[in-house]
Design a protein around this ligand. Structure first.
Ligand code: SF4
Length: 375
């Protein structure tokens, strides 16, 4: 069992907060599709003979690709990999790309999960973030997809935005829940380098919420989604039962995956590799029959660190029996002794051999995990 991730590095324009690798230009999409199909073929042995359970079109903005281009990519994957019959094929999409004809076409191609980049149900916030769509377009796109039979829809939301009041955030969550979607990914805004928000932040044009206000927003999200039957199964992810993102859950469970396209990462249990984050160099190298990636073989410490980070992110948590089986007693002792302070502060909770982050702990998960890593 394994997954394939395809990074589609094009956007209509750059959003103010985003540092994912993409270019705000769509002229190279045709060349890119040719190149990624060549990459699929040349990487056909990376996952050995594993059955592909999940395919994930991420980006950038995958819905910029035409249905014909998506078909070409999927056909190439089917030609070179064994895709399981029970599969999850996700397409990240922006609301302004989702026409009725497009939705019908991608559904026919086997796309059975949509991840719609809504981010906010507030027009002012959408403008501030430089999103291309309106609230109305977002709502219409989701409803249309539902009418056409998409039964597994995720939406992205951002909290911790400038001037985001408790009331405004509550309205956002309510609007999301009213859409009867199956999954929500909600991220706290971070000011990333080389983004418009970073410039605005430096010139003091952003009125960001305090840490306490952000915590209130996060708690509200957890409470409201729980009341509506959503499982908080990963730090930023909420799903109704049966709609957990298989692709993402597999990442956290340490399942192998192959990443294709500029900046995409791959993992096969022993090594990690990542493609160059530059579309021009990517196209150029592929045209010469090579793949522009760097690779590193993981040490035992790095494998342990990955295990800690990925396990603790999820509601299933970290099981110390499993840890001992995989890495031995030395690492188990290390984890147990380092997690003690967090248990005492109720930032981590323990149930038999299972350790999970508490609600308080989730909010400072990065610093907790940092302390649990093996140097
Ligand atoms: S948020 Fe999405 S649409 Fe906006 S720039 Fe980033 S990848 Fe592109």
């Amino acid at each position: 069992m394994a997954g394939i991730y395809l990074h589609i590095p094009f956007c209509k324009r750059k959003c103010a907060y985003c540092d994912f690798y993409s270019i705000a230009n769509t002229k190279l999409t045709e060349n890119f599709v040719e190149a990624i199909c060549m990459e699929i073929e040349s990487q056909k042995h990376f996952l050995e003979k594993e059955t592909i359970q999940t395919i994930y079109f991420g980006g950038g903005t995958p819905s910029i690709l035409s249905e014909i281009q998506i078909e070409k990519i999927l056909n190439t994957i089917h030609k070179h990999f064994n895709v399981g019959k029970k599969n999850e094929i996700t397409l990240e999409a922006n609301p302004d790309d989702l026409s009725e004809n497009y939705l019908k076409a991608i559904k026919k191609l086997g796309v059975n999960r949509l991840s719609v980049g809504i981010q906010s149900f507030n027009e002012r916030d959408l403008l501030l973030m430089k999103r291309k769509h309106s609230v109305n377009q977002a709502v219409t796109a989701v409803k249309m997809a539902q009418e056409l039979g998409f039964g597994n829809i995720s939406i992205d939301l951002i909290y911790g935005l400038p001037d985001l009041t408790k009331k405004k955030w509550e309205e956002n969550i309510d609007k999301a829940l009213n859409l009867n979607i199956q999954h929500i990914s909600a991220y706290h805004l971070t000011i990333e380098p080389n983004t418009l928000f970073q410039k605005m932040y430096k010139s003091e044009k952003l009125n960001l919420p305090t840490e306490d206000e952000s915590l209130v927003q996060f708690k509200m999200l957890i409470d409201k989604t729980a009341k509506n039957g959503f499982l908080h199964y990963e730090i930023s992810n909420f799903a109704i039962d049966g709609s957990i993102s298989l692709h993402n859950a597999n990442y956290w469970m340490g399942v192998k995956y192959l990443g294709l396209g500029p900046s995409a990462h791959s993992y096969n249990l022993t090594s990690r590799q990542w493609n160059i984050s530059n579309i021009h160099e990517y196209l150029d190298t592929i045209s010469k029959g090579k793949i522009p990636f760097e690779t590193e073989v993981l040490t035992q410490n790095e494998k342990y660190n990955d295990f800690v980070i990925t396990s603790l992110r999820t509601m299933w948590g970290l099981n110390t029996e499993k840890l001992k089986m995989k890495f031995g007693e030395k690492y188990e002792k290390y984890f147990l002794s380092n997690s003690k302070t967090y248990l005492e502060k109720n930032l981590i909770t323990q149930s038999e051999n299972n350790f999970t982050l508490s609600q308080k702990g989730i909010f400072i998960s990065d610093s907790i995990m940092q302390e649990l890593l093996y140097d």
